[in-house]
Ligand binder design. Structure first.
Ligand code: FES
Length: 163
């Protein structure tokens, strides 16, 4: 009886420990929301063109005059999905009318801040890299460099700029 109790307690503690590790350090596969999304540089919109929506990663790739941003597609007001409106050259939220620039910056409406963004890494063909800074600003793309790879980390969200 003593051994059965001991084994039961050991099993229970083992399960609790495994559960703790599982939920404390979640792992996402590449291409799964919450993990890293490879983005094909050949798909990159030209500078100043309409951002591209990447549905599986829930982000917009915006190639602004100042560089590249991966903007989280969820409105910072109540979570609807703002869409790029070409005629007005801005994101417009269908729920309560918040508007955002191609940089994800707040224009108007009830949203408390601009769109959040995801940390992104650009790997250039010469082997150098550039990353989103801590403020979530655009990553400049030097004219003399070609992009080998773009990786968007949907597990690393940066809060959008305040008004
Ligand atoms: S959810 Fe976007 S403005 Fe309310």
């Amino acid at each position: 009886m003593y051994y059965i109790w001991g084994a039961s307690i050991a099993l229970l503690l083992g399960q609790a420990g495994a559960g703790f590790v599982w939920f404390t350090f979640p792992r996402f596969r590449e291409g799964e929301f919450g993990g890293i999304f490879p983005y094909n540089p050949a798909d990159l919109p030209s500078t100043g063109a309409a951002p591209e929506w990447v549905a599986a990663g829930r982000f917009h790739i915006s190639n602004t005059q100042d560089g590249l941003l991966a903007l989280y597609g969820v409105c910072t007001h109540l979570g609807c999905l703002p869409k790029w409106t070409p005629s007005n050259v801005r994101f417009e939220c269908p729920c309560h009318g918040s508007k955002f620039t191609a940089y994800g910056n707040y224009i108007e409406g009830p949203a408390p801040r601009g769109l959040d963004r995801f940390k992104t890494t650009i790997v250039f063909l010469d082997g150098t890299t550039a990353e989103t800074d801590t403020d979530g600003g655009p990553i400049p793309i030097p004219a003399d460099k070609s992009i080998a790879e773009i990786r968007v980390d949907t597990g690393a969200k940066i809060t959008g700029p305040s008004h």
